[in-house]
Write a protein that binds this ligand. Structure first.
Ligand code: HEC
Ligand code: HEC
Length: 377
Protein backbone atom coordinates (compact mmCIF):
# COMPACT_ATOMS: atom_id res chain seq x y z
CA UNK A 1 0.00 0.00 0.00
CA UNK A 2 1.12 3.54 -0.73
CA UNK A 3 2.14 5.67 2.19
CA UNK A 4 0.29 8.98 2.41
CA UNK A 5 3.63 10.73 2.63
CA UNK A 6 4.50 9.97 -0.92
CA UNK A 7 3.97 12.84 -3.18
CA UNK A 8 1.20 12.20 -5.69
CA UNK A 9 3.19 13.77 -8.48
CA UNK A 10 6.04 11.43 -7.77
CA UNK A 11 3.76 8.38 -8.01
CA UNK A 12 2.19 9.50 -11.26
CA UNK A 13 5.49 10.37 -12.90
CA UNK A 14 7.12 7.11 -11.89
CA UNK A 15 4.12 5.19 -13.21
CA UNK A 16 4.54 7.05 -16.48
CA UNK A 17 8.19 6.06 -16.62
CA UNK A 18 7.35 2.40 -15.98
CA UNK A 19 4.71 2.57 -18.69
CA UNK A 20 7.18 4.08 -21.16
CA UNK A 21 9.75 1.45 -20.27
CA UNK A 22 7.22 -1.32 -20.84
CA UNK A 23 6.41 0.16 -24.23
CA UNK A 24 10.08 0.24 -25.03
CA UNK A 25 10.50 -3.41 -24.04
CA UNK A 26 7.47 -4.37 -26.13
CA UNK A 27 8.77 -2.50 -29.18
CA UNK A 28 12.31 -3.79 -28.92
CA UNK A 29 11.22 -7.40 -28.40
CA UNK A 30 13.31 -9.11 -31.03
CA UNK A 31 11.71 -10.78 -34.00
CA UNK A 32 13.03 -14.08 -32.66
CA UNK A 33 11.24 -13.72 -29.35
CA UNK A 34 8.01 -12.96 -31.13
CA UNK A 35 8.37 -16.05 -33.32
CA UNK A 36 9.19 -18.19 -30.30
CA UNK A 37 6.12 -16.93 -28.49
CA UNK A 38 3.82 -17.71 -31.39
CA UNK A 39 5.47 -21.11 -31.96
CA UNK A 40 4.60 -21.90 -28.37
CA UNK A 41 1.01 -20.90 -29.00
CA UNK A 42 0.88 -23.02 -32.13
CA UNK A 43 2.27 -26.02 -30.24
CA UNK A 44 -0.21 -25.53 -27.43
CA UNK A 45 -3.05 -25.33 -29.97
CA UNK A 46 -1.57 -28.51 -31.44
CA UNK A 47 -1.74 -30.23 -28.07
CA UNK A 48 -5.38 -29.23 -27.64
CA UNK A 49 -6.24 -30.52 -31.12
CA UNK A 50 -4.30 -33.72 -30.45
CA UNK A 51 -6.58 -34.28 -27.43
CA UNK A 52 -9.75 -33.01 -29.13
CA UNK A 53 -12.25 -35.88 -29.47
CA UNK A 54 -14.84 -33.71 -31.24
CA UNK A 55 -12.94 -33.83 -34.54
CA UNK A 56 -13.78 -37.44 -35.47
CA UNK A 57 -16.89 -38.67 -37.27
CA UNK A 58 -18.89 -39.42 -35.18
CA UNK A 59 -17.20 -37.53 -32.38
CA UNK A 60 -15.45 -39.48 -29.62
CA UNK A 61 -11.93 -40.18 -30.91
CA UNK A 62 -8.81 -38.02 -30.79
CA UNK A 63 -5.20 -38.68 -31.72
CA UNK A 64 -4.62 -39.38 -28.03
CA UNK A 65 -7.19 -42.21 -28.12
CA UNK A 66 -4.43 -44.21 -29.80
CA UNK A 67 -1.37 -42.18 -28.74
CA UNK A 68 -1.80 -41.42 -25.02
CA UNK A 69 1.02 -39.83 -23.04
CA UNK A 70 0.67 -42.25 -20.12
CA UNK A 71 1.47 -45.24 -22.35
CA UNK A 72 4.43 -43.65 -24.11
CA UNK A 73 2.07 -42.08 -26.68
CA UNK A 74 0.61 -45.44 -27.75
CA UNK A 75 -2.82 -47.05 -27.25
CA UNK A 76 -3.83 -46.40 -23.61
CA UNK A 77 -5.73 -49.71 -23.54
CA UNK A 78 -2.82 -51.70 -25.05
CA UNK A 79 -5.00 -52.99 -27.88
CA UNK A 80 -3.39 -55.24 -30.50
CA UNK A 81 -4.77 -52.80 -33.04
CA UNK A 82 -6.86 -49.83 -31.93
CA UNK A 83 -10.57 -49.71 -32.77
CA UNK A 84 -11.63 -46.96 -35.15
CA UNK A 85 -14.43 -44.56 -34.23
CA UNK A 86 -16.81 -46.62 -36.42
CA UNK A 87 -17.70 -49.71 -34.47
CA UNK A 88 -16.34 -52.95 -35.93
CA UNK A 89 -13.54 -51.27 -37.88
CA UNK A 90 -9.84 -51.67 -37.03
CA UNK A 91 -6.57 -50.71 -38.69
CA UNK A 92 -4.00 -53.37 -39.56
CA UNK A 93 -1.16 -52.26 -37.26
CA UNK A 94 -0.38 -51.77 -33.60
CA UNK A 95 -0.30 -48.04 -32.76
CA UNK A 96 3.34 -46.93 -32.54
CA UNK A 97 4.62 -44.11 -30.36
CA UNK A 98 4.63 -40.56 -31.72
CA UNK A 99 7.49 -39.67 -29.37
CA UNK A 100 10.86 -39.08 -31.06
CA UNK A 101 9.28 -39.28 -34.53
CA UNK A 102 10.60 -35.74 -35.13
CA UNK A 103 13.99 -37.34 -35.71
CA UNK A 104 12.82 -39.76 -38.40
CA UNK A 105 14.44 -38.71 -41.70
CA UNK A 106 12.67 -38.82 -45.04
CA UNK A 107 12.41 -42.21 -46.74
CA UNK A 108 15.64 -42.64 -48.71
CA UNK A 109 18.05 -45.26 -49.92
CA UNK A 110 21.18 -45.27 -47.81
CA UNK A 111 24.19 -46.47 -49.74
CA UNK A 112 26.20 -46.93 -46.53
CA UNK A 113 23.54 -49.35 -45.18
CA UNK A 114 22.60 -50.75 -48.62
CA UNK A 115 19.07 -50.34 -47.38
CA UNK A 116 16.24 -47.90 -47.03
CA UNK A 117 15.96 -45.70 -43.98
CA UNK A 118 13.33 -43.31 -42.66
CA UNK A 119 9.82 -42.30 -43.58
CA UNK A 120 6.89 -42.10 -41.19
CA UNK A 121 4.41 -44.91 -40.54
CA UNK A 122 5.90 -48.34 -40.07
CA UNK A 123 6.29 -48.66 -43.85
CA UNK A 124 7.75 -45.18 -44.44
CA UNK A 125 4.97 -43.98 -46.72
CA UNK A 126 4.84 -40.36 -45.50
CA UNK A 127 7.72 -37.93 -45.11
CA UNK A 128 6.67 -35.16 -42.75
CA UNK A 129 4.76 -34.88 -39.52
CA UNK A 130 2.56 -32.27 -41.21
CA UNK A 131 1.52 -34.67 -43.98
CA UNK A 132 1.14 -37.48 -41.49
CA UNK A 133 -1.14 -35.52 -39.15
CA UNK A 134 -3.83 -35.10 -41.82
CA UNK A 135 -4.17 -38.84 -42.50
CA UNK A 136 -5.90 -40.16 -39.34
CA UNK A 137 -8.69 -37.58 -39.62
CA UNK A 138 -9.66 -38.98 -43.04
CA UNK A 139 -8.92 -42.66 -42.45
CA UNK A 140 -12.22 -44.63 -42.38
CA UNK A 141 -10.55 -47.14 -40.02
CA UNK A 142 -9.55 -44.35 -37.62
CA UNK A 143 -11.26 -40.96 -37.18
CA UNK A 144 -13.65 -41.48 -40.08
CA UNK A 145 -14.15 -38.02 -41.62
CA UNK A 146 -15.20 -38.08 -45.26
CA UNK A 147 -13.11 -35.07 -46.30
CA UNK A 148 -11.25 -32.01 -45.03
CA UNK A 149 -14.45 -29.92 -45.14
CA UNK A 150 -16.01 -32.26 -42.59
CA UNK A 151 -13.01 -31.88 -40.27
CA UNK A 152 -13.20 -28.10 -40.56
CA UNK A 153 -16.94 -27.96 -39.89
CA UNK A 154 -16.18 -29.90 -36.70
CA UNK A 155 -13.36 -27.50 -35.89
CA UNK A 156 -15.84 -24.61 -36.05
CA UNK A 157 -17.97 -26.34 -33.39
CA UNK A 158 -15.00 -27.38 -31.28
CA UNK A 159 -14.26 -25.88 -27.85
CA UNK A 160 -10.80 -25.16 -29.31
CA UNK A 161 -12.07 -23.00 -32.18
CA UNK A 162 -11.64 -19.73 -30.25
CA UNK A 163 -8.04 -20.60 -29.57
CA UNK A 164 -7.56 -21.61 -33.21
CA UNK A 165 -8.96 -18.23 -34.29
CA UNK A 166 -6.67 -16.35 -31.91
CA UNK A 167 -3.74 -17.77 -33.90
CA UNK A 168 -4.95 -18.29 -37.45
CA UNK A 169 -8.07 -16.12 -37.59
CA UNK A 170 -11.50 -17.10 -38.88
CA UNK A 171 -11.49 -20.05 -41.32
CA UNK A 172 -11.86 -18.80 -44.88
CA UNK A 173 -10.41 -21.70 -46.84
CA UNK A 174 -10.89 -25.36 -45.90
CA UNK A 175 -7.54 -26.62 -47.18
CA UNK A 176 -5.60 -23.86 -45.47
CA UNK A 177 -7.40 -24.54 -42.21
CA UNK A 178 -6.73 -28.28 -42.52
CA UNK A 179 -3.02 -27.56 -43.10
CA UNK A 180 -3.04 -25.27 -40.07
CA UNK A 181 -4.44 -28.07 -37.90
CA UNK A 182 -1.73 -30.44 -39.12
CA UNK A 183 1.00 -27.81 -38.64
CA UNK A 184 -0.14 -27.15 -35.08
CA UNK A 185 -0.21 -30.87 -34.22
CA UNK A 186 3.25 -31.31 -35.75
CA UNK A 187 4.49 -28.36 -33.67
CA UNK A 188 3.20 -30.12 -30.55
CA UNK A 189 4.91 -33.34 -31.65
CA UNK A 190 8.19 -31.41 -31.81
CA UNK A 191 8.03 -30.13 -28.22
CA UNK A 192 10.19 -31.38 -25.35
CA UNK A 193 7.00 -32.64 -23.74
CA UNK A 194 6.85 -35.35 -26.42
CA UNK A 195 10.63 -35.82 -26.75
CA UNK A 196 11.99 -35.31 -23.24
CA UNK A 197 14.91 -37.79 -22.94
CA UNK A 198 14.37 -38.00 -19.16
CA UNK A 199 14.75 -41.73 -18.61
CA UNK A 200 16.88 -43.43 -15.97
CA UNK A 201 19.27 -44.24 -18.83
CA UNK A 202 19.62 -40.49 -19.59
CA UNK A 203 20.24 -39.75 -15.91
CA UNK A 204 22.83 -42.50 -15.89
CA UNK A 205 24.58 -40.97 -18.92
CA UNK A 206 24.71 -37.62 -17.12
CA UNK A 207 26.19 -39.26 -14.03
CA UNK A 208 23.02 -38.60 -12.03
CA UNK A 209 21.73 -42.13 -11.45
CA UNK A 210 23.47 -45.50 -11.19
CA UNK A 211 22.28 -48.53 -13.15
CA UNK A 212 21.97 -51.89 -11.36
CA UNK A 213 24.36 -54.74 -12.21
CA UNK A 214 21.61 -56.41 -14.25
CA UNK A 215 20.78 -53.20 -16.18
CA UNK A 216 24.46 -52.58 -16.90
CA UNK A 217 24.95 -56.12 -18.11
CA UNK A 218 21.83 -55.75 -20.25
CA UNK A 219 23.26 -52.58 -21.80
CA UNK A 220 26.55 -54.33 -22.51
CA UNK A 221 24.80 -57.30 -24.12
CA UNK A 222 22.47 -55.01 -26.06
CA UNK A 223 25.40 -53.58 -28.00
CA UNK A 224 27.39 -56.83 -28.18
CA UNK A 225 27.97 -57.24 -31.90
CA UNK A 226 28.72 -60.96 -31.68
CA UNK A 227 25.62 -62.21 -29.86
CA UNK A 228 22.54 -60.08 -28.99
CA UNK A 229 23.33 -57.49 -31.70
CA UNK A 230 20.35 -55.33 -30.72
CA UNK A 231 22.31 -52.12 -31.22
CA UNK A 232 23.05 -53.09 -34.83
CA UNK A 233 19.62 -51.61 -35.56
CA UNK A 234 18.52 -50.03 -32.25
CA UNK A 235 21.60 -47.76 -32.09
CA UNK A 236 23.06 -47.08 -28.68
CA UNK A 237 25.19 -44.29 -30.12
CA UNK A 238 24.03 -40.71 -30.76
CA UNK A 239 22.16 -40.08 -33.96
CA UNK A 240 24.45 -38.09 -36.28
CA UNK A 241 21.92 -35.32 -36.92
CA UNK A 242 20.27 -34.74 -33.56
CA UNK A 243 23.04 -35.94 -31.26
CA UNK A 244 20.40 -37.92 -29.31
CA UNK A 245 20.47 -41.62 -28.58
CA UNK A 246 17.29 -42.80 -30.26
CA UNK A 247 17.68 -46.61 -30.27
CA UNK A 248 17.08 -46.78 -34.00
CA UNK A 249 19.04 -46.31 -37.19
CA UNK A 250 15.66 -45.91 -39.00
CA UNK A 251 16.50 -48.93 -41.17
CA UNK A 252 14.08 -51.60 -42.32
CA UNK A 253 14.15 -55.25 -41.36
CA UNK A 254 11.98 -58.34 -41.29
CA UNK A 255 12.25 -59.76 -37.77
CA UNK A 256 10.27 -62.84 -38.79
CA UNK A 257 7.39 -61.81 -36.56
CA UNK A 258 4.68 -64.52 -36.42
CA UNK A 259 1.22 -63.80 -37.69
CA UNK A 260 -1.06 -62.57 -34.90
CA UNK A 261 -4.16 -64.77 -35.10
CA UNK A 262 -5.97 -62.42 -32.72
CA UNK A 263 -5.63 -59.36 -34.95
CA UNK A 264 -9.23 -58.12 -35.41
CA UNK A 265 -8.21 -56.63 -38.76
CA UNK A 266 -8.71 -60.11 -40.25
CA UNK A 267 -12.42 -59.87 -39.50
CA UNK A 268 -13.34 -56.40 -40.73
CA UNK A 269 -15.58 -56.09 -43.83
CA UNK A 270 -13.95 -57.31 -47.05
CA UNK A 271 -14.41 -53.85 -48.59
CA UNK A 272 -11.55 -52.79 -46.29
CA UNK A 273 -9.64 -56.08 -46.15
CA UNK A 274 -10.41 -58.24 -49.19
CA UNK A 275 -7.96 -60.97 -48.08
CA UNK A 276 -9.54 -61.49 -44.67
CA UNK A 277 -7.49 -63.95 -42.59
CA UNK A 278 -5.02 -64.43 -45.45
CA UNK A 279 -3.84 -60.82 -45.28
CA UNK A 280 -0.06 -60.47 -45.03
CA UNK A 281 1.35 -57.08 -44.12
CA UNK A 282 3.78 -56.17 -46.93
CA UNK A 283 5.45 -53.31 -44.99
CA UNK A 284 7.94 -51.21 -46.96
CA UNK A 285 7.85 -53.59 -49.96
CA UNK A 286 4.45 -52.30 -51.06
CA UNK A 287 5.49 -48.66 -50.81
CA UNK A 288 8.59 -48.97 -52.99
CA UNK A 289 7.10 -51.83 -55.01
CA UNK A 290 10.06 -54.12 -54.41
CA UNK A 291 9.53 -57.69 -53.20
CA UNK A 292 13.01 -57.73 -51.62
CA UNK A 293 11.50 -55.50 -48.94
CA UNK A 294 8.18 -57.28 -48.37
CA UNK A 295 7.60 -57.85 -44.69
CA UNK A 296 10.16 -55.25 -43.59
CA UNK A 297 9.27 -52.47 -41.15
CA UNK A 298 11.14 -49.41 -39.88
CA UNK A 299 13.15 -50.12 -36.74
CA UNK A 300 11.27 -48.37 -33.91
CA UNK A 301 12.81 -46.38 -31.09
CA UNK A 302 12.90 -48.32 -27.83
CA UNK A 303 12.44 -45.25 -25.63
CA UNK A 304 9.42 -45.85 -23.34
CA UNK A 305 9.12 -49.40 -24.68
CA UNK A 306 8.22 -50.73 -21.21
CA UNK A 307 4.96 -48.74 -21.47
CA UNK A 308 3.98 -49.61 -25.03
CA UNK A 309 2.92 -53.29 -25.10
CA UNK A 310 1.92 -55.19 -27.15
CA UNK A 311 4.94 -55.32 -29.45
CA UNK A 312 5.83 -55.47 -33.16
CA UNK A 313 3.74 -54.18 -36.06
CA UNK A 314 0.95 -56.66 -35.34
CA UNK A 315 1.12 -56.60 -31.55
CA UNK A 316 1.81 -60.31 -31.40
CA UNK A 317 3.80 -60.29 -28.13
CA UNK A 318 2.50 -58.94 -24.84
CA UNK A 319 5.76 -58.67 -22.88
CA UNK A 320 9.36 -57.61 -23.40
CA UNK A 321 10.43 -60.98 -21.99
CA UNK A 322 8.64 -62.69 -24.90
CA UNK A 323 10.19 -60.29 -27.42
CA UNK A 324 13.74 -60.96 -26.25
CA UNK A 325 13.15 -64.71 -26.00
CA UNK A 326 11.79 -64.56 -29.55
CA UNK A 327 14.87 -62.72 -30.87
CA UNK A 328 17.08 -65.18 -29.04
CA UNK A 329 15.45 -68.45 -30.16
CA UNK A 330 13.22 -67.85 -33.20
CA UNK A 331 15.42 -70.01 -35.45
CA UNK A 332 16.33 -72.61 -32.82
CA UNK A 333 14.57 -75.90 -33.64
CA UNK A 334 11.87 -76.65 -31.10
CA UNK A 335 11.56 -73.05 -29.87
CA UNK A 336 7.87 -73.28 -30.61
CA UNK A 337 7.35 -69.91 -32.29
CA UNK A 338 4.82 -69.93 -35.11
CA UNK A 339 6.16 -69.31 -38.62
CA UNK A 340 6.68 -65.75 -39.71
CA UNK A 341 4.00 -63.71 -41.41
CA UNK A 342 6.34 -63.39 -44.40
CA UNK A 343 9.42 -65.66 -44.55
CA UNK A 344 11.57 -64.85 -47.64
CA UNK A 345 13.11 -61.61 -46.35
CA UNK A 346 13.77 -62.54 -42.68
CA UNK A 347 17.08 -61.28 -41.28
CA UNK A 348 18.70 -64.50 -40.05
CA UNK A 349 22.14 -62.94 -39.65
CA UNK A 350 21.35 -60.53 -36.85
CA UNK A 351 18.26 -62.05 -35.26
CA UNK A 352 16.84 -65.44 -34.37
CA UNK A 353 19.61 -67.38 -32.61
CA UNK A 354 21.67 -65.20 -30.26
CA UNK A 355 22.89 -67.81 -27.76
CA UNK A 356 21.76 -65.80 -24.75
CA UNK A 357 21.15 -67.44 -21.39
CA UNK A 358 17.91 -66.93 -19.49
CA UNK A 359 19.67 -64.48 -17.16
CA UNK A 360 21.07 -62.55 -20.13
CA UNK A 361 17.60 -62.27 -21.66
CA UNK A 362 16.37 -60.91 -18.32
CA UNK A 363 19.23 -58.41 -18.17
CA UNK A 364 18.40 -57.05 -21.63
CA UNK A 365 14.79 -56.61 -20.52
CA UNK A 366 15.99 -54.85 -17.35
CA UNK A 367 18.03 -52.49 -19.51
CA UNK A 368 15.06 -51.68 -21.78
CA UNK A 369 13.05 -50.85 -18.66
CA UNK A 370 15.50 -48.00 -17.94
CA UNK A 371 14.33 -46.19 -21.08
CA UNK A 372 11.06 -44.85 -19.63
CA UNK A 373 10.82 -41.05 -19.57
CA UNK A 374 9.96 -39.12 -16.42
CA UNK A 375 12.48 -40.86 -14.15
CA UNK A 376 12.69 -39.44 -10.63
CA UNK A 377 16.17 -40.01 -9.18
C1 HEC B 1 -7.43 -45.45 -34.24
C2 HEC B 1 -6.08 -45.25 -33.75
C3 HEC B 1 -5.30 -44.06 -34.19
C4 HEC B 1 -5.68 -42.74 -34.20
C5 HEC B 1 -7.02 -42.15 -33.82
C6 HEC B 1 -4.52 -41.98 -34.60
N1 HEC B 1 -3.47 -42.82 -34.84
FE1 HEC B 1 -1.59 -42.30 -35.33
N2 HEC B 1 -1.13 -44.19 -35.74
C7 HEC B 1 -1.96 -45.27 -35.53
C8 HEC B 1 -1.39 -46.45 -36.15
C9 HEC B 1 -1.98 -47.85 -36.13
C10 HEC B 1 -0.20 -46.04 -36.78
C11 HEC B 1 0.75 -46.90 -37.63
C12 HEC B 1 0.07 -47.07 -38.97
C13 HEC B 1 0.91 -47.56 -40.09
O1 HEC B 1 2.14 -47.74 -39.96
O2 HEC B 1 0.35 -47.76 -41.17
C14 HEC B 1 -0.06 -44.60 -36.48
C15 HEC B 1 1.04 -43.84 -36.87
C16 HEC B 1 1.21 -42.52 -36.48
C17 HEC B 1 2.44 -41.77 -36.65
C18 HEC B 1 3.73 -42.27 -37.26
C19 HEC B 1 4.60 -42.93 -36.23
C20 HEC B 1 5.86 -43.49 -36.83
O3 HEC B 1 6.67 -44.06 -36.08
O4 HEC B 1 6.08 -43.39 -38.03
C21 HEC B 1 2.21 -40.51 -36.15
C22 HEC B 1 3.19 -39.36 -36.09
C23 HEC B 1 0.82 -40.48 -35.71
N3 HEC B 1 0.26 -41.72 -35.89
C24 HEC B 1 0.16 -39.36 -35.25
C25 HEC B 1 -1.22 -39.31 -35.12
C26 HEC B 1 -1.98 -38.07 -35.05
C27 HEC B 1 -1.40 -36.68 -35.10
C28 HEC B 1 -3.30 -38.42 -34.91
C29 HEC B 1 -4.51 -37.51 -34.85
C30 HEC B 1 -4.69 -36.59 -35.95
C31 HEC B 1 -3.34 -39.87 -34.90
N4 HEC B 1 -2.07 -40.36 -35.06
C32 HEC B 1 -4.50 -40.61 -34.73
C33 HEC B 1 -3.15 -45.25 -34.82
C34 HEC B 1 -3.91 -44.09 -34.64
C1 HEC C 1 18.10 -56.27 -37.92
C2 HEC C 1 17.71 -55.13 -37.13
C3 HEC C 1 17.24 -55.41 -35.70
C4 HEC C 1 17.92 -56.07 -34.70
C5 HEC C 1 19.30 -56.73 -34.76
C6 HEC C 1 17.08 -56.01 -33.53
N1 HEC C 1 15.92 -55.34 -33.83
FE1 HEC C 1 14.39 -54.97 -32.56
N2 HEC C 1 13.27 -54.29 -34.10
C7 HEC C 1 13.70 -54.16 -35.41
C8 HEC C 1 12.58 -53.90 -36.27
C9 HEC C 1 12.61 -53.69 -37.76
C10 HEC C 1 11.43 -53.93 -35.43
C11 HEC C 1 9.97 -53.79 -35.88
C12 HEC C 1 9.59 -55.13 -36.51
C13 HEC C 1 8.13 -55.34 -36.70
O1 HEC C 1 7.30 -54.62 -36.15
O2 HEC C 1 7.78 -56.30 -37.43
C14 HEC C 1 11.92 -54.14 -34.07
C15 HEC C 1 11.12 -54.16 -32.94
C16 HEC C 1 11.58 -54.34 -31.65
C17 HEC C 1 10.77 -54.25 -30.46
C18 HEC C 1 9.28 -53.90 -30.43
C19 HEC C 1 9.11 -52.41 -30.27
C20 HEC C 1 7.69 -51.97 -30.41
O3 HEC C 1 7.45 -50.80 -30.13
O4 HEC C 1 6.81 -52.75 -30.81
C21 HEC C 1 11.59 -54.45 -29.40
C22 HEC C 1 11.21 -54.43 -27.92
C23 HEC C 1 12.91 -54.73 -29.92
N3 HEC C 1 12.87 -54.63 -31.29
C24 HEC C 1 14.03 -55.02 -29.15
C25 HEC C 1 15.19 -55.59 -29.69
C26 HEC C 1 16.19 -56.26 -28.91
C27 HEC C 1 16.19 -56.40 -27.41
C28 HEC C 1 17.13 -56.72 -29.79
C29 HEC C 1 18.34 -57.55 -29.50
C30 HEC C 1 18.09 -58.83 -28.82
C31 HEC C 1 16.69 -56.30 -31.12
N4 HEC C 1 15.51 -55.64 -31.01
C32 HEC C 1 17.40 -56.57 -32.29
C33 HEC C 1 14.99 -54.29 -35.85
C34 HEC C 1 15.99 -54.97 -35.16
Amino acid sequence: MLSNNIDKYYVISSMAIVFLLLQFVACTKSKNEITIASNENIASLGKRLFLDATLSNPSGQSCASCHAAQTGFTDPLHNIVSPGITSGLFGNRNAPTIAYTIYVPKLQYSTSDSSYIGGLFLDGRVNSLEDQAQKPFLNPLEMGNVDAAMVISKLRQSPNYDYYKSIYGEVTDVNTAFSNIAAAIAAFERTDEVNPCTSKFDYYLNGKAPLTASELNGMRLFSDTTRAMCANCHLLTPDAKSGKILFTDFSYANDGVPKNEYNPFYHIPTSFNPLGGNYIDPGLGAIINDSDFYGTFRTPTLRNVALTAPYFHNGVFGTLEQVVHFYNTRDVPGSGFATAEYTPTIDHLETGNQHLTEQEEADIVAFMKTLTDGYQP
